[in-house]
Design a protein around this ligand. Structure first.
Ligand code: GLU
Length: 548
């Protein structure tokens, strides 16, 4: 068979050569050891935690080594593509701060190794397809869907492995005449790889996460180009990652079964194999057993879930690092204020079996992250979130930025900052009482005589002086406590509660309920300072009136 002639017959319009491609996409000028990595998502419209995990790993590996991270959109499967999905993807990655140095952007492509959308690279793939055909490493296959399913049925019946291989690869060695007559008849064809592998042969392979693997050679003549001339993932992966000079392929381990073919394909094309970082799936506990997070069952897989609840980006990022590298938490304890980037991420520390996702842990991490933020930052992130998810609240916050920031500053700084907020959704229940519209009517316990409560509130008003410092303020609360026959001696009370009608804690609760509508709030003295004397007094008066 004259393979060169076959190549011309199949790809008459392809005039460029692999050498032209190599010249168009030259070696990158990067320091020794620099990692070039990429995110290569398919635009299905569903952006999930797995994307973020993969993006984070690639980003860290690239940028920690002074390398490059790019975004390549794998839009070769028109059937799966959803309109607007690329935009959603780009926006989501941007929102989560995955910073690409090049690749697909909202305004087209940025970088000199594009196009970065596979649908625009057909001509490039065809150059290499033609080369493979010319070298006898690929051939056209005219099997119809029916023929292929009949083949599968036959293999199933024989209890043989299904697939297009060996004697079942019926177009592998067909004559030029056969091929020509099919082409003349206008029959569709796919381009298949001519595998020289045997399942009898095994070899060793090193994956950066999975470690040493024993790989069985591929013997299947997989499809390289579909009948519309669009490449399969496998072929596009080899061509693109070669021309874009990817040094590390970080991807889900669902691709491991295809690895033998990919290795073979890189060899056949004369490409240097990149390093592979095959990451395990995200798992969660379901009862006592672990299972993969599923799109269908677990809403927390979707990234939109975190936006809606209002997890700050920094919390999600910090949580992901907690999950990926087990030494991260220790590092964070010793470097509480260091930026996340200062942590040295290591792909070697990834769990080969996959990472366990734990919502409660995320909440915990997020509380810590928010507690370390300055009030200014909390304010702007909260407003940004509320604008989308609670516009009424956003308007309140924006009507008085200084007031809101004073509220958000309560308990910040110092060694033990308050941890009231895990998500922005927590903010309104926590601080809403500072706004009259959100103030709830106090519900005073029946256990105390309402006349006593009213007495406390009246006494408080009589001696209330907004210029008091915190100590003086509390001394007055204690005086009221004693005056109504309650105790300030909490120890004595604990030893014999029946000996006292109530305590200073109860008195504080009466005041807290009157002023905040709640039994729990940040430091009441501070609350009153921020509310100001007028509103403090008004609220206490209203409570007295309510108590009748
Ligand atoms: N488009 C593939 C996917 O979304 C990319 C895998 C890879 O990173 O190579 O699974």
């Amino acid at each position: 068979m004259d393979y060169q002639a076959l190549a011309e017959l199949l790809f008459p319009d392809v005039t460029e050569t692999p050498e032209d491609m190599e010249a168009r996409f030259p070696q990158r000028n990067l320091p020794e050891g620099a990692v070039v990595s990429r995110m290569a998502p398919s635009p299905t419209g569903f952006v999930h935690l797995g994307h973020l995990v993969q993006g984070t790993i690639s980003e860290r590996m690239s940028h920690q080594s002074g390398g490059v991270l790019f975004l390549r959109v794998e839009d070769t499967d028109a059937k799966r593509e959803v309109p607007g999905a690329v935009e959603v993807l780009i926006n989501t990655m941007k929102f989560y701060d995955i910073s690409f140095d090049e690749g697909a952007t909202l305004d087209g492509d940025a970088g000199s190794y594009g196009p970065y959308r596979q649908s625009q690279r057909a001509a490039i793939y065809h150059v290499y397809a033609k080369k493979l055909v010319a070298e006898g490493k690929a051939y056209p296959c005219f099997c119809t869907e029916e023929e292929l399913s009949a083949l599968r049925e036959q293999q199933d019946a024989n209890k043989e492995t299904t697939g297009y291989y060996g004697k079942y690869a019926v177009w592998r060695d067909r004559s030029m005449e056969d091929i020509r007559s099919q082409l003349d008849a206008g029959n569709p064809w796919v381009l298949r790889f001519r595998s020289t592998g045997s399942i009898e042969n095994q070899f060793k392979f090193d994956d950066l996460v999975k470690g040493k693997l024993t790989i069985t050679e591929n013997n299947v003549d997989h499809v390289l180009l579909k009948s519309d001339g669009i490449p399969t993932y496998h072929f596009a992966h080899a061509v693109d990652d070669h021309l874009m000079h990817t040094t590390h392929v970080v991807r889900g381990d669902e691709w491991l079964p295809s690895l033998p073919f990919h290795i073979q394909l890189f060899q056949a094309l004369g490409f240097k194999l990149p390093k592979y970082v095959h990451i395990g799936p995200l798992m969660k506990m379901d009862g006592n057993s672990k299972r993969k997070l599923s799109k269908r069952k677990d809403p927390e897989l979707a990234l939109t879930y975190y936006n809606a609840d209002g997890f700050p980006v920094a919390s999600v990022q910090e949580y992901i690092m907690t999950v990926l590298n087990s030494n991260f938490e220790d590092w964070r304890r010793t470097n509480p204020d260091a930026p996340l980037d200062a942590f040295k991420f290591s792909p070697k520390k990834l769990n080969p079996a996959g990472s366990l996702f734990d919502y409660a842990k995320l909440v915990d991490v997020s509380k810590n992250v928010i507690s370390r933020m300055r009030a200014e930052e909390v304010y702007s992130l909260l407003v940004e979130w509320a604008k989308e998810f609670d516009p009424g609240f956003a308007a309140k916050l924006e009507a008085g930025p200084d007031y809101a920031k004073r509220i958000l500053a309560i308990g910040r700084g110092g060694k033990k900052p308050r941890k009231d907020l895990a998500v922005w959704k927590d903010a309104k229940p926590y601080m809403g009482f500072f706004y009259d519209e959100y103030l709830e009517k106090p519900v005073f316990e029946e256990a105390f005589d309402h006349a006593v409560i009213a007495d406390v509130l009246n006494r408080f008003l009589e001696q209330f002086d907004p210029s008091d410092d915190a100590n003086t303020w509390f001394d007055k609360v204690k005086q009221i406590t004693a005056a109504i026959g309650f105790t300030t001696d909490m120890k004595a009370y604990k030893a014999d509660p029946s000996a006292f009608p109530g305590t200073v804690a109860d008195v504080s609760t009466f005041l807290r309920l009157a002023v905040t509508g709640k039994t729990n709030s940040p430091d009441l003295y501070t609350v009153m300072q921020i509310l100001g004397p007028q509103r403090t007094v008004e609220r206490i008066r209203a409570a007295i009136a309510q108590l009748g």
